[in-house]
Design a protein around this ligand. Structure first.
Ligand SMILES: Cc1cc2nc3c(=O)[nH]c(=O)nc-3n(C[C@H](O)[C@H](O)[C@H](O)COP(=O)(O)O)c2cc1C
Length: 190
């Protein structure tokens, strides 16, 4: 498969089949993704992995527990919570990508950008092996909550970048239309 074809054909996968995913493979692909990514300075990120059914159950409960504290929310969000829980239990492997913040705003942005590039490399390398994933940043307050970040062990000087749910799949969803690059282009006139 050519590089262009790989980039073009990769799709976000939200529905996984029951095939198990090897932690070793995920780690190898992630390390390779890191090695293939250009960056300045030292690595300022880390990953939290949840692959066993027990770990996934924990992760699912971390997402919902703050919300389920409230009786009102329990009643209104019950259906949503159930579908969220199901999604977590159906994803064989989960990676949480975490970056260190920096008092220097430029360094902070650079580290965040680098980790995003690594994750995209990882998505592509995994796709080559027919391993799919969805990169999740929302919705708030499930994923973007202080409680969830505390539970997954985020330190004060760390920022959550994304949760990747990973697994094998049977069906590839259709791609979405993209904004044409020309519409995003401004040339400085001479
Ligand atoms: C930074 C980032 C954040 C995303 N957050 C979510 C999310 O919170 N929930 C979700 O279902 N998909 C999420 N996605 C997946 C996108 O919806 C998906 O990439 C987009 O629809 C394009 O589809 P494709 O990856 O198949 O090209 C995210 C993707 C990226 C790159």
């Amino acid at each position: 498969m050519s590089l262009e074809q790989l980039i073009r054909e990769r799709r976000t996968i939200r529905k996984f089949n029951a095939s198990p995913v090897s932690q070793k493979l995920v780690m190898e692909l992630l390390l390779k993704a890191e090695q293939l990514c250009p960056y300045e300075g030292e690595a300022r990120w880390r990953y939290v992995y949840a692959g066993t059914p027990e770990a996934r159950e924990k992760l699912a409960s971390y997402v919902s527990e703050k919300i389920m504290d409230s009786k009102m929310a329990r009643l209104t969000l019950n259906k949503l919570m159930k579908s969220f829980h199901k999604r977590f239990m159906e994803a064989p492997a989960n990676i949480i990508a975490v970056v260190k913040t920096d008092p220097d705003p430029i360094k902070k942005k650079e580290a965040y950008g680098t980790l995003c590039r690594i994750l995209q490399n990882f998505q592509l390398l995994a796709w080559e092996q027919r391993l799919g994933m969805v990169w999740i940043t929302g919705p708030a307050p499930f994923i973007q909550s202080e409680q969830f970040h505390k539970r997954i062990g985020l330190q004060k000087d760390e920022q959550f970048v994304g949760l990747l749910q990973i697994g094998y799949f049977d069906k590839v969803p259709k791609g979405r239309t993209r904004t044409h690059a020309e519409r995003l282009w401004t040339a400085i006139e001479s």
